[in-house]
Design a protein around this ligand. Structure first.
Ligand SMILES: [Zn+2]
Length: 279
């Protein structure tokens, strides 16, 4: 695990953290309107980032507020006033975001911190559970996460395919992408869309491949690939029935009429507009 420290004075500014792939919903700045129980952008104990390191708000240490920058709109701080957390040496090093409808996070200013310590090994692909069962009825944010991921994936598939028609095989891929892709390219010859990854051999022109859950590296595959979040890829690749649990706590109201409860939740809808709005 690594600790991020201030480049100015060397003070440790986080607890020890492990790396995770930057989630796709990081590009969707705002979710809903006035949602007061937004989850963290990344899980506690982890960090992610490409241009900037992001951690869970509870994982920072030794920081204090920057006066005059604690701005928000109603329930918390939205960070639009610039870095609002400073190291003890006085350098503004990070921006905390915790207002309603915003993923709770602390974003470090690019170049303000450096990682120290041993990050540990990058786990091999087969160390992860690619047959895992999504607890979709217990995780309120599962659908939001994968639908944003699907929106980002759809845009990338359309960009790779250009003006060619995209043929999508029946199953979760078609349920998720066929309707939207039918409105994109119309030129023949068509290209086929398929999956490649753990347990899925490439057999299509354009391949959806998983990103490594730690590093975000794309699964190696030949030809045009569209890397997607491991969580979405697993959902698309595993067509077998999965024990989606009965709804609880007022969620999944549409399943009130299902008896017995469904074994796999209904298809997901790519949230293209949310991705486009904030990218
Ligand atoms: Zn410092």
């Amino acid at each position: 695990m690594v600790v991020f420290e201030c480049v100015g004075c060397g003070a440790p500014l986080t607890v020890p953290l492990t790396q995770v792939d930057l989630p796709d919903h990081a590009v969707v700045h705002q979710w809903g309107n006035g949602v007061r129980d937004m989850p963290g952008l990344v899980p506690a104990g982890t960090w992610a980032g490409r241009d900037a390191v992001v951690v869970a708000p509870g994982d920072v240490r030794g920081l204090s507020w920057v006066e005059g920058r604690l701005v928000g709109y109603c329930c918390g701080i939205d960070g639009h006033g610039g870095p609002n957390l400073a190291c003890a040496c006085g350098r503004p090093v990070a921006t905390r975001v915790d207002d309603c409808s915003l993923w709770q996070a602390v974003w470090f200013v690019p170049g303000a911190v450096r990682a120290t310590g041993d990050p540990g090994p990058v786990l091999p692909w087969d160390a992860f559970d690619w047959d895992g069962v999504p607890l979709t009825a217990e995780d309120r944010w599962w659908r939001v996460r994968v639908e944003i991921s699907a929106g980002a994936a759809l845009l990338r598939v359309a960009a790779v395919a250009g003006d060619a028609r995209v043929l999508v095989p029946d199953g979760p891929l078609a349920d998720t992408f066929r309707h939207e892709l039918a409105r994109c390219g119309q030129r023949d010859p068509a290209v086929t869309l398929g999956l490649a990854g753990p347990g899925a051999e490439p057999d299509s022109d354009v391949l959806l491949v998983p990103r490594h859950p730690q590093t975000g590296e794309a699964w190696p595959a030949p030809g045009p690939v569209v890397p997607v979040a491991a969580e979405l890829w697993t959902w698309l690749a595993r067509t077998a029935e999965q024990p989606v649990r009965p709804r609880t706590s007022g969620q999944w109201a549409t399943h009130l009429d299902d008896d017995p409860p469904p074994r796999r939740c209904r298809s997901i809808t790519p949230r293209v507009s949310d991705v486009l709005r904030w990218q």
